[in-house]
Design a protein. Sequence first.
Length: 451
Amino acid sequence: MNYAVQSTETEAERALREHFDAIASELPGADDAAFAKLRSDAMARFAKLGLPHRRIEEWKYTDLKAAIKEAYPPAKDAAEPIDENDIYDVLGRGFDELLCYRIVVADGRLVPELSHIDGLGDRMEIRSLREAVADDDRRAWVVAELEGTLAPDNDPVVALNTALMSDGAVIRVAEGAEINRPIHVVFVTGATEPETVSLRNLIEVGVGARATILETYSTRRTPQVLRNSVTQVRVGAEARLAHIKLQNQAMPARDLATWMVRLHEGAQYRGFQFTIGSALSRNQIYLRFEEPGASAHLAGATMLWDEQHSDTTLYVDHAAPECTSRELFKYVLDDRARGVFQGKVSVKPGAQKTDGKQMAQGLLLGQFAEFDSKPELEIFADDVVCGHGSTSGQIDETQLFYLRARGLPEEVARAFLIQAFIGEALAEVENEEIREALRMMAAAWLSHSRA
């Protein structure tokens, strides 16, 4: 296909376009005109925009054009398929014994034989994106959801995902349903060769329903992975969703993840992201209050060492009155690691009685660690309560002395203080089993990074 490409197109950008041309006829929805146009239009936008770079304000701290020099080929079925033992290996302590419904997506394709969803009945519909697109009764809904994204047209990462998405999980919780176990969606790479994985997940929680959904992203074999995932969420009136994401990929991997969340009247949403993997990661969150009376709690904990780089960029759109938002993000940075937080809360005209608060904090363990924080408020209404803050620093020597004076070795005392710092964010996870599993993962990170 011919595209109007940027004049400074890199080899990686050119390769991504060529990959799309080579596999477009094999991707889900290729035989549907509306779906095929959605993809080709998205690739045209990406070809025009290219990979984002530091001269773009939203990407000034995370230069993908410089970081991504090579475009790996699109994911395909692994020569050695993922099995049950592989799944338990990638989950780790706490998560391997979690009582939950499980969906496994390996190398960009849902694997039914490793998924366990028996007992849900008609309370929930779970299928792959590929299946949903092939269903005449679902295709129009899928296309409408994909066309109605919250990401702006100039977001090249979402455009690239729309063009290349190979599969993903479609989860629809029925109106009034209460799902008493977490739904654990495990995304794992089992290939032995470098690959690009593009995933698109659609989550819809019906009116008055209750659910907890956990997304886990990990690598099993090759660490040479570029993963681009987009999860679109719609929470119905008076519904409640707890949404957790764990990113624990191997160090050379690059992880690009986007959440787009729409909240209807009286909806309650709690989103939490825990990041310890990948050499480079970018977590984008677009959240919009569509109707009055909704609330959102967004939190995250990021623990990095060596030269890891992780960027959390969020945009909270208060487009309706009487809504509440809270954001709390914590970073622990060792060695030469770099953490980035960019958070913008926008209060639209007419969104009176908005209550929004935001905080980002960085704990610098390494002499050359770096924390870049840019919180923003944009307010066009006059009856609001909004605030934001950001702090960064090293371990408090007074607190360290207090613990050592009571007989604790220095390394143990430091670990206590770091766990206490991260613990405030982990407390935002309401499910006790998931919270404890994350706590164990944080403790394991401390043991590894200080070894």
